[in-house]
Design a protein around this ligand. Structure first.
Ligand code: ZN
Length: 212
């Protein structure tokens, strides 16, 4: 009998909004005092460079390229000074966002989940050890059809990894395998059928996603 790996079966996808100033400006939002947090269900995940199928309920799905960290051990109410021991691997993902739905929900003061957590809204790469990188100066970027559209560096984050892990763990117990999307830099834009998205950490191509 074959038992599927349990790696992703009992895990949370936690996302940070408004964590890069230039992106906050491009959407006309204000800078929050605390991290903005939302969740995606595990059914949002796309792995192994699976294609993304545009949902029929939106006419304005945006790409948001984001670094993602994977929680390595359970923890709650983690102090910032201990937070770095709770993640050891980094990857990259796309927080697909139905911007038209999100704008409508935001205007009514409603939660964002329909705009952020739909099926396929979270393509992710495989993970690499963080020891290969300097946490505070990691470059990442997104190409659309071969042209760079988003570029960020962890030095530009309003809330750094340790602060995010600490903050989130005050509310949600973190479990091994949970993934945190750490926010997008400027340059978000609409995706269309036929687009090819490629996400990089430094110069390394980590994730490809064809929009269908
Ligand atoms: Zn995002």
């Amino acid at each position: 009998m074959y038992f599927a790996p349990l790696l992703y079966h009992f895990m949370k996808i936690i996302c940070i909004g408004r964590n890069y100033s230039e992106h906050i400006k491009e959407l006309g939002n204000t800078t929050p005092e605390q991290p903005v947090i939302f969740l995606k269900p595990d059914t949002a995940l796309l792995k192994n460079n699976e294609p993304f199928y545009l949902p029929d309920f939106s006419n304005d799905v945006h790409h948001e390229v984001e670094l993602i960290i994977k929680i390595a051990k359970p923890g709650k109410k983690i102090q910032p000074k201990f937070a770095s021991s709770y993640y050891q691997e980094i990857g990259i993902g796309i927080d697909f966002t139905a911007r038209d739905l999100q704008s409508n929900l935001k205007s009514k003061g409603l939660p964002w989940e329909l705009a952020k957590g739909f099926d396929g809204s979270a393509p992710i790469s495989s993970f690499i050890p963080l020891t290969e990188l300097n946490n505070s100066t990691i470059n990442f970027s997104l190409n659309k059809n071969g042209i760079q559209v988003q570029q960020g560096n962890t030095s530009q984050m309003i809330h750094a990894f340790d602060e995010i892990v600490s903050f989130v763990s005050q509310y949600f117990t973190l479990k091994t395998g949970d993934i945190i999307f750490t926010g997008t830099p400027a340059g978000v834009s609409k995706v269309n059928i036929g687009d090819k998205l490629e996400a990089f950490i430094e110069d390394k191509l980590m994730l490809t996603c064809d929009v269908k």
